[in-house]
Design a protein around this ligand. Structure first.
Ligand code: BYC
Length: 484
């Protein structure tokens, strides 16, 4: 299969759709429904604006040519394509019972249902996040941030295409039905919600957006890394290319929160406020107080931990043994990649306390991936703390304990403080407002969400960015707004 991208086709692709008329027709038939969904549920109010967006035109950079181009695009005209990372010759199934057999180019019949479920869940999260973020453009703190939001949104749309291609190509009629369902479910809907919890929550303000892209997109990274190991080669290649795009989404989250922290600490310094808990005075400066930022981090971290499923999971064991979903960087791990005799240490709830226990490694794969996620989150939090320390403010963002505020898995129904102390349900409820955003916190943050759409201007609660995108200066016009 060639890696060259046919960019002139209605659906840009490197999967030779031109000679695969069955799949091409199926995708072309799905296309209008996708555009309808984008117009209904995509960024509200900006479909006619010209946005300086990145579009993938190759699947890897080579010979001085970048994999993407940047240009002004009206979002409904974005070239959503089907792009798979380059094939590796002689790739084998890297783990599980079929380890060492040639990677599958077609789906093994016995694994069809499992694979379909994984692809549908992955696919469902992509449009969900666009739906969650659809009103944020209206309160963008700058054109730079607005552009980044829309970049994330169009790429999540492309990731939906990526999963829909697999469904249409490999799953026949039920794949077509699933592809329709992906356009029918809606984030937060009572009747047909999105499949995973965090994707039915609201993203009402930009602090939430940055926390979402930091924590929840990072779950995306971990899950895509695991699926990129898959013995089903088209899924592996699809996920590998999605990861290329995904890195930017986490950059948006990490730098977004860092810029908010920087601005808050600067404003505190300018006003001579040393106590970060002097919340009313800090808020009066028009910036977000650090304890509220901590509460939002607590919320989004705990919601994202739920996305790893139960700590001990036979589903995860079955996915692994089948060779469909591996571990983070599976091929770099130094073991037998079958895990039949291995154990993994994980924190468990035993009656009303928590203790480390060894369990069969196969069953503990969700816990292991969640631990990898926690480590990854921690590294970024340390970088945030450097921003705070550099301003001389005494405060640290601390990720809460993994058992804090959980709704899925072993710790659900347990009342755990951010430091890991188990509390009575009454005490937890009484103290909840210390740890999670309350209505008045949310109202305050929302009160700051006034649009700032002048070129090179930023809302007062967020510092300008220090890094460039496509080598462009801060004064660049990231979005040319359409006349209202
Ligand atoms: N909410 O054995 P269990 C991304 C269900 S994010 C609701 O505990 P399993 C992105 C589970 O489905 C990455 N239900 O869990 C980020 C199962 O139901 P059934 C998305 C949940 O299956 C930002 C039952 O509970 N990709 O890309 O081992 C922006 C028992 O399951 C939840 C993936 O997740 C929940 N949180 O693991 C845009 C990868 N958790 O089958 C995009 C694909 C569990 O009994 N998915 N359940 O009806 C998977 O690998 C796994 O399905 C999960 C769950 C990790 C989600």
């Amino acid at each position: 299969m060639s890696d060259a991208v046919d960019y002139d086709a209605l659906i840009p692709n490197n999967v030779q759709l031109a000679s695969d008329s069955r799949v091409r027709r199926a995708l072309e038939k799905w296309h209008p429904g996708y555009i309808d969904w984008w117009m209904d549920m995509g960024p509200d109010g900006f479909q006619a604006s010209q946005v300086y967006l990145r579009t993938a035109v190759r699947v890897q950079s080579s010979g001085g040519e970048h994999w993407a181009i940047f240009d002004y695009v009206k979002m409904p005209e974005y070239r959503w394509g089907v792009l798979l990372a380059p094939a590796h010759d002689d790739r084998v199934v890297p783990f599980g019972a079929h380890r060492g057999e040639p990677a599958w180019q077609e789906i093994p019949g016995e694994y069809r249902a499992m694979l379909r479920r994984l692809i549908v869940i992955q696919g469902d999260t992509e449009p969900a996040s666009v739906e969650q973020q659809r009103f944020l453009g209206k309160t963008a703190p700058s054109l730079y941030d607005m552009r980044n939001l829309f970049q994330v949104n169009v790429e999540e749309g492309r990731h939906l295409w990526a999963m829909v291609y697999l469904l249409q190509k490999y799953f026949g009629r039920d794949g077509r039905e699933e592809a329709q369902e992906l356009l029918r479910r809606r984030s937060g809907s009572d009747d047909s919600p999105r499949m995973l919890g965090a994707f039915n929550e609201e993203t009402p303000d930009w602090l939430s957006f940055f926390m979402f892209t930091y924590f929840t997109d990072r779950d995306g990274k971990m899950q895509l890394e695991s699926l990129a190991q898959s013995g089903f080669d088209p899924l592996s290649r699809t996920c590998r290319f999605m990861l290329t795009e995904e890195a930017f989404h986490m950059f948006v989250g990490e730098t977004g929160v860092a810029r908010i922290l920087e601005r808050t600490c600067q404003a505190m310094n300018d006003a001579g406020i040393e106590d970060p808990y002097d919340i009313e005075r800090v808020r009066a400066l028009g910036v977000i107080d650090l304890p509220t930022i901590q509460k939002k981090a607590n919320l989004h971290y705990s919601l994202s931990l739920d996305l790893f499923g139960s700590e001990l999971s036979t589903n995860a064991a079955n996915y692994f043994t089948a060779g469909l979903k591996g571990r983070m960087r599976e091929v770099e791990l130094d073991d037998d990649h079958r895990l039949l005799d291995d154990t993994y240490s994980l924190l468990r709830r035993v009656n009303n306390h928590l203790e480390m226990q060894d369990h069969p490694a196969l069953n503990a794969l969700n816990a292991r991936l969640r631990d990898d996620f926690a480590d990854d989150c921690e590294r970024g939090a340390q970088r945030w703390n450097k921003v705070i320390a550099a301003k001389g403010v005494e405060f640290e963002i601390r990720l809460p304990h993994v058992a804090f505020h959980r709704q899925i898995g072993d710790f659900q129904d347990l009342s755990v403080a951010p430091d890991g102390t188990i509390l009575s349900a009454e005490e937890w409820s009484r103290r909840r407002s210390e740890w999670l955003p309350e209505d008045d916190d949310c109202r305050f943050v929302e009160s700051l969400m006034e649009p700032q759409w002048q070129v090179d201007e930023y809302a007062g609660w967020i510092a300008p960015p220090s890094s460039k995108i496509d080598h462009k200066p801060g004064s660049f016009e990231w979005v040319k707004l359409a006349e209202a």
